[in-house]
Design a protein around this ligand. Structure first.
Ligand code: DX5
Ligand code: ZN
Length: 223
């Protein structure tokens, strides 16, 4: 499976409807980055924007929570109609909450639960949760901002997690987020990722349709 999830953080908020239409017609998933200015040093958007997107979204919404104490907000974010919601393992450690409990809570809300980690967290820390998570989100930049440079050792991290998923025989998917674009997408899919998030590489591209097609390595019209 090769799914592309454009990150609306890089969208044009004055013309959001157009960018939502673009994802509906050309990509697979809406990636929505929620940042609280405390877990990460940046503030993005929250419920009003997500609810507006939800009205027009024909593809599943994937909410990436970069917030402290995610437990507090799982129910409200679930009610936006999102199909996938991820939160950070580091945020659980800071808040003293059990990630497994949160993954199960999300599943109880009929949402696909995901566990995210920043590049400095050993991937082995994900291993105890692969059974309870529908997906893991491996950050390939430090969470907080779009437009950062892809960190090269992500390929190895993805391969390690993929090997463990196969060993445990779980159905957990791997999502990669940060600095992803046509240059590294093929290699990430080959390493075992199935969902790639791309903000700048899609929304800042001269030809976004082409950018998504290249990431999927589909034969685009211009090929
Ligand atoms: C970063 C966010 C990413 C970001 C990706 O903290 O989680 O989803 O929007 O943006 P690009 O693709 O520009 O690195
Ligand atoms: Zn994200």
């Amino acid at each position: 499976m090769r799914l592309i999830a454009p990150s609306l953080l890089a969208a044009d908020f004055l013309h959001l409807a157009e960018d939502v239409r673009f994802v509906n017609e050309n990509a697979d998933i809406f990636h929505l980055d929620v940042m609280d200015g405390t877990f990460v040093p940046n503030i993005s958007f929250g419920f009003p924007v997500i609810q507006a997107v939800a009205k027009e979204a024909l593809k599943p919404m994937d909410i990436h929570l970069m917030i402290v104490d995610p437990e507090k907000y799982l129910e409200r974010f679930s009610k936006t109609g999102a199909e996938m919601i991820s939160f950070h393992l580091e945020a659980c450690h800071d808040a003293g909450t059990d990630p497994r409990k949160l993954l199960r809570t999300l599943r109880g809300y009929d949402v696909k639960p995901g566990l995210a980690i920043d590049p400095d967290v050993p991937v082995e820390e994900l291993f105890p949760y692969l059974e309870d998570a529908d997906f893991v989100l491996i950050m390939s930049v430090f969470a907080g901002f779009g437009g950062q440079k892809f960190i090269e050792d992500t390929y190895e991290r993805v391969r390690k997690v993929k090997a463990e998923i196969d060993r445990q025989k779980t159905r957990c998917l791997i999502e990669v987020d940060g600095g992803v674009g046509p240059d590294n997408a093929g290699k990430l899919f080959d390493a075992g990722a199935e969902i790639l998030v791309a903000g700048s590489a899609v929304f800042k591209a001269k030809d976004r349709v082409e950018a998504v097609a290249q990431m999927k390595k589909l034969n685009s019209l211009k090929a």
